[in-house]
Design a protein around this ligand. Structure first.
Ligand code: GTQ
Ligand code: FE2
Length: 362
């Protein structure tokens, strides 16, 4: 028998071995390449911008074409990241969407394991009832519907209402941890209006510094609505004493000083005209709502030009820097609290701005 014959025998034996592995539902690690253990996060999520004007127009059209009675319960358009193979998710861990509620419409009560929050874009006269507390929604307000709280939305006014929804949907679904329940009636009973807001008015306003004291009580904030007026005032105060022209805050629980929800974090950045943030990268993704102003952000070398109303996202471990052209406010939704809870969070700041290698226009 020649050496070549041995090779052939071994080759055939090896092929049979791989076939037997597959038949036994086994897979070798050694054929997988680096994809299972990349040297650093390798997200499928792409840097992307959704034009606010385009989203708004289609949301208005959905209001004209789609009823709430057809079993859909919510008239919602999700921001679908082009890197996620057609899944309706903004990033690998975050659901982000625009919800449209016409005058006198109401979206029925339900609850789910997925935690949700709303950042109000436009309209007035609508409230979200959260476990009996009817929270009025005005532009710039942040409204929480924590996991397993009953929630329904009612537009009692004559203006259409639009808000940004953020949920931990992909994360909870990936963990196979989702439960959903419909309330027996369209609306739950209201015990009062703006109860949590009244309880936490005053000094304990739920807005604190980036560094927050640890606490092991309470999984979510008992304050369900963070009024724009207070957010704005807090940002203005911080900007007034900022040397960089940038002011940032985290929305936190007034009880614990921790993130508003165990899986979702909310952050706000205010920039004076021509001010910028340093390039930072963190584990975990974010979705941004350009709430005011105009500017550009550089995310992993891709420059996005935005103005008020636009939405964009950053993948895990991508360097992010924001540059304001006009005085600007950016609302940021992230999965940071989930990563921190799992001790997977890291972040870094770079010394110099990124080199731009691609531009995404709007
Ligand atoms: O308003 O309850 O965007 O349950 C996705 C799922 C909104 C809501 C969404 C939801 C809701
Ligand atoms: Fe919901």
């Amino acid at each position: 028998m020649s050496a070549a014959d041995v090779q052939v025998t071994e080759g055939a034996e090896l092929s049979a071995f791989y076939r037997n592995l597959a038949a036994a539902e086994l897979q070798p690690l050694w054929t997988q390449g680096r994809s299972l253990q990349p040297f650093e996060p390798a997200p499928a999520t792409r840097v992307h911008l959704w034009s606010g004007a385009a989203v708004r127009e289609l949301a208005v059209e959905s209001g004209r074409l789609i009823g709430l009675d057809g079993g859909g319960d919510r008239r919602v358009l999700s921001l679908a990241n082009p890197g996620l193979g057609g899944q309706p998710y903004a990033t690998s861990t975050l659901w982000a969407a625009v919800q449209y509620l016409g005058p006198r419409e109401s979206a029925p009560a339900h609850r789910h394991s997925q935690a949700a929050l709303r950042f109000v874009l436009e309209g007035s006269g609508t409230w979200t009832t959260v476990d009996g507390d009817a929270c009025d929604m005005e532009p710039g307000d942040l409204v929480l519907t924590p996991a397993w709280t009953w929630h329904d939305h009612t537009n009692g006014g004559d203006q259409p209402m639009m808000w940004f929804d953020g949920l931990d949907m992909p994360l909870v679904n990936m963990l196979d941890a989702q439960f959903f329940e419909r309330y027996a009636a369209d609306r739950q009973p209201v015990s009062g209006h703006n109860l949590s807001a009244a309880a936490y008015e005053g000094d304990a306003d739920g807005l604190a510094d980036l560094a927050r004291p640890p606490s092991d009580e309470e999984s979510f904030s008992p304050l369900f609505v963070y009024r724009w007026e207070r957010t704005d005032r807090e940002l203005a105060g911080r900007l007034a004493v900022s040397a960089s022209g940038a002011a940032e805050l985290d929305f936190v629980s007034p009880l614990t000083g921790r993130a508003v929800l165990p899986t979702l974090g909310c952050h706000m950045t205010r920039l004076a005209a021509a001010a910028a943030t340093a390039p930072r990268r963190k584990v975990g993704s974010s979705v941004y709502v350009a709430w005011a102003g105009e500017g550009r952000s550089v995310i992993d070398g891709t420059e996005l030009t935005w103005r008020a109303g636009d939405f964009f996202c950053s993948p895990s471990w991508a360097y992010v820097e924001h540059h304001a052209v006009a005085p600007s406010d950016l609302f940021e939704l992230s999965d940071r609290p989930a990563l921190e809870a799992l001790h997977l969070f890291r972040q870094e700041t770079a010394g110099s701005p990124q080199v731009i290698h691609r531009r995404l226009g709007r």
